[in-house]
Design a protein around this ligand. Structure first.
Ligand code: ATP
Ligand code: MG
Length: 399
């Protein structure tokens, strides 16, 4: 074989899947993001496995990716928290994350970061193709779901954490859900301010309550749809390595939609309730009814046991099953599509059989998987079907 033939031979590794329905990051750069001064990664569609010792900067890379989705990333961090600090440079450094993302065969360049303002403050910047972008413009170009060890206590933790988790799942499917939630919160805060100041101005309060009820109904309807799509994705599968969950939303507006109520009726009832409860909410210092108080419940189907009563390992497995179901639900949704799955340290808690099952699921997902672990051996079952990177002190090199 001539030298030329050798050069043109297909590489020994499995060919990357660049099909029309795939979604993957082909290039990622970080600058001054946590312990990464400058990172530049060129990737193909295969799963990305990051391994290295504790404190190396693996989770930071996943976090950087999540800064490209609507919200504040997987740690819920502030703009200044993620800016790299070191002994020499203690001032805030502007940071940036940029990714070339391939979605259904089309490439988009997304960017997120913080810049100093002339007044000495910091402001968030988001870009798509170099132009200023809104959260939904980012969300449409980079769909992702993530799972971190911090979420291990989700089922036994606060309703607020579960609600935020579920709202993130909803935003991935319907990006406008994020704006509806923000508009609802704004109207609710304004109403509470008036009630707190004892300004019982009917027209003013009525206008805010109508806004709350319109956005509130949209929020509840979107959550109900997300739940149905998720449950369908879960139920479509036979029992496998991950336990199946039976999901339920606890919330008055959500329940009305589940009973088939019309949106206009739900809105009207909620506006009337808010009007009636002005005195009570004034006394309580907050609105006691509404979708801002809803909760997500899950039962372990095979054991018929509430998720919060399950063992730590079972709770984690339920969440992993839910994350995989979310990716399948998005892929099956004509309004959404393939999504990235980011799993921080998942492999470490799974036995070899479940780990292999997880990898097979991730390989079947049309979106790229990103995984972290302390040891390269954890990812052995992938063989050549994944790309491996070693992370050490904020330096990443292909393994
Ligand atoms: N703003 C920042 N500037 C510089 N370094 C930071 C900043 N925020 C966090 N770090 C550092 O980043 C390092 C790596 O964090 P990361 O959570 O990514 O580690 P990891 O590789 O996931 O480790 P583990 O295996 O323990 O989960 C930590 O040592 C942390 O102190
Ligand atoms: Mg970590």
């Amino acid at each position: 074989m001539s030298k030329r033939d050798v050069l043109h031979q297909a590489p020994a590794r499995a060919p990357p899947v660049h099909n029309m329905h795939s979604h993957f990051v082909s290039h990622l750069t970080l600058s001054n993001f946590r312990n990464h001064a400058a990172l530049d990664l060129t990737l193909d569609a295969r799963p990305v496995c990051l391994f290295g010792p504790n404190g190396a900067g693996k989770t930071n890379i996943l976090e950087a990716l999540t800064m490209l989705a609507p919200g504040r990333g997987l740690r819920g961090a502030s703009l200044t928290d993620v800016a790299r600090t070191d002994d020499v440079e203690t001032r805030l450094q502007p940071w940036a994350v940029s990714a070339r993302v391939s979605l259904d065969g089309e490439e988009t360049v997304l960017g997120a970061g913080a810049e100093r303002t002339p007044e000495g403050g910091v402001k968030r910047v988001a870009r798509r193709e170099g132009q200023p972008a809104t959260a939904s413009m980012l969300g449409e170009a980079a769909r992702m779901t993530w799972l971190t060890p911090a979420m291990d206590r989700l089922w036994s933790g606060s309703a607020g954490d579960r609600r935020r988790f579920f709202d993130r799942l909803t935003v991935a499917r319907a990006t406008e859900h994020g704006q509806a939630a923000a508009a609802y919160e704004r109207a609710m805060r304004e109403r509470q301010r008036l009630l707190g100041d004892r300004v019982f101005d009917d027209a003013w309060l009525g206008a805010l309550e109508r806004e709350m009820s319109a956005h509130g109904a949209a929020i509840a309807a979107a959550r109900v749809e997300t739940l149905q799509r998720l449950q369908d994705a879960i139920d479509a599968r036979p029992d496998g390595a991950f336990p199946k969950a039976v999901l339920a939303l606890e919330g008055a507006l959500e329940s009305r939609f589940e009973c088939g109520a019309k949106s206009a009726d739900v809105e009207e009832e909620f506006a009337a309730l808010l009007r009636d409860m002005r005195g009570r909410d004034a006394g309580a210092g907050r609105a006691l009814d509404g979708p801002h108080r809803s909760d997500l419940k899950a039962r372990h189907a095979a054991k018929n046991m509430d998720a919060d009563q399950c063992s730590t390992g079972e709770q984690k497995a339920l969440l992993l099953g839910l994350t995989l179901a979310q990716a399948r639900a998005l892929a099956a949704d004509p309004g959404a599509g393939a999504s990235l799955i980011l799993i921080d340290e998942a492999a470490a808690h799974l036995d070899a059989v479940r780990r292999a099952a997880l990898f097979e699921e991730l390989l079947a997902n049309p979106g790229q998987a990103w995984l972290t672990g302390t040891d390269e051996n954890l990812f052995e079952a992938f063989g050549q079907r994944a790309q491996m990177f070693e992370v050490r002190d904020g330096i990443v090199r292909a393994a």
